[in-house]
Design a protein around this ligand. Structure first.
Ligand code: 6GU
Length: 244
C-alpha cells in the first residue's frame, strides 16, 4: 500500500518508522511518503492560511497551496483521499478494513479551523474523498488522527501482524464475539501480589474457558459501552448471556 501524507508538521510522523509500521515499511508492505505542505507556498513567509470569510475566530488553510500540493502528489493517479477533521464521518474498524483494501491512500492534514471547503469539492469530483473523525473530542490538527488511522489500517495489511490470526478476535472485529469488547487476559505467575488468575483458565476445559471469556466480554461491554450492549442482536444472545 502507498500512503502519502501532506502536513505542515512532517515531524509528527516519525513514529511510522518504528515498531509494527516500521517493519511493514522495511518489508515493502507499506510505502509511506510524508510531504511538507509549505513547499507549495510561494510567498517569503510560505503562508498556508488566511482569515475566514464571514468572520469568526481562527484561520483557514488556503485552497491554492493545497491545490498545487495535491496536483503534484496525485499526478495522474487516483488515490483515495482522507481529510481528518472532527466534523467528519466516524473512523471505525469497518472503515479501517475498507481502507486497508485500497492500494493508495492520501491523507491531507488540516491545522487551524480547517481547509477551505472548495478543496474537498474540487478533488471530490475526481477522487473518493472522505472527511473522517477519530472521536468526539477536538485535536489541534489532523496529524495525530492520521497516526491513529495509519496504525489501525497498517496492522490489517497482509503480512504485518506476526500471527495472522491476531486481528480476528479484536474488539470490533467481525466473528462470533462480534460487537463485544475483549475481556481480561492473564499470564504467569498464577498468583501475583495475592491476585489469583481465574481458576477456569487453568482448568484445561476449553468449553468452560470459551463460556467464561464470552461472559467476561459481555460484562465488560455492559459496563464500559452500554450503548453497544443495547445494540446487540437478541438472536445472538443465549440463555446464559441473558442472565448477565
Ligand atoms: Cl480527524 N482531527 C482533529 N483536528 N480533531 C479531531 C479529529 C480529527 N478527530 C477527532 N478530533
Amino acid at each position: 500500500m502507498r500512503l502519502d501524507i501532506i502536513s505542515i508538521f512532517p515531524e509528527y510522523f516519525a513514529p511510522l518508522d518504528v515498531s509494527l509500521m516500521g517493519k511493514a515499511r522495511e518489508r515493502g508492505i507499506l510505502d509511506v511518503r510524508v510531504h511538507q505542505l509549505r513547499e507549495w507556498a510561494h510567498d517569503v513567509h510560505r503562508t498556508v492560511d488566511d482569515t475566514p470569510y464571514g468572520g469568526g475566530p481562527g484561520m483557514v488553510m488556503k485552497p491554492e497551496v493545497w491545490g498545487e500540493a495535491l496536483d503534484t502528489v496525485i499526478g495522474d493517479g487516483s488515490p483515495r483521499m482522507i481529510v481528518p477533521t472532527p466534523s467528519g464521518r466516524p473512523f471505525t474498524q469497518e472503515l479501517a478494513q475498507e481502507l486497508a483494501a485500497e492500494p493508495w491512500l492520501l491523507f491531507a492534514c488540516g491545522r487551524y479551523e480547517g481547509i477551505d471547503s472548495r478543496v474537498m469539492a474540487e478533488y471530490g469530483a475526481r477522487l473518493r474523498v472522505d472527511e473522517v473523525s477519530i472521536g468526539d473530542y477536538v485535536l489541534a490538527g489532523g496529524e495525530v488522527a492520521v497516526l491513529v488511522m495509519a496504525e489501525a489500517i497498517g496492522r490489517l495489511l497482509p503480512g504485518v501482524l506476526g500471527n495472522a490470526h491476531s486481528a480476528v478476535d479484536d474488539s470490533f472485529a467481525p466473528g462470533a464475539m462480534r460487537n463485544l469488547l475483549e475481556g481480561p487476559v492473564y499470564t504467569k505467575p498464577p498468583v501475583w501480589r495475592g491476585h489469583e488468575v481465574p481458576a477456569v483458565l487453568l482448568s484445561g476445559h476449553h468449553g468452560k474457558v470459551a463460556r467464561w471469556r464470552r461472559d467476561q466480554a459481555l460484562r465488560r461491554t455492559l459496563a464500559n459501552r452500554p450503548e453497544l450492549a443495547a445494540a446487540l442482536d437478541p438472536e445472538t444472545l443465549d440463555k446464559h448471556d441473558r442472565r448477565l
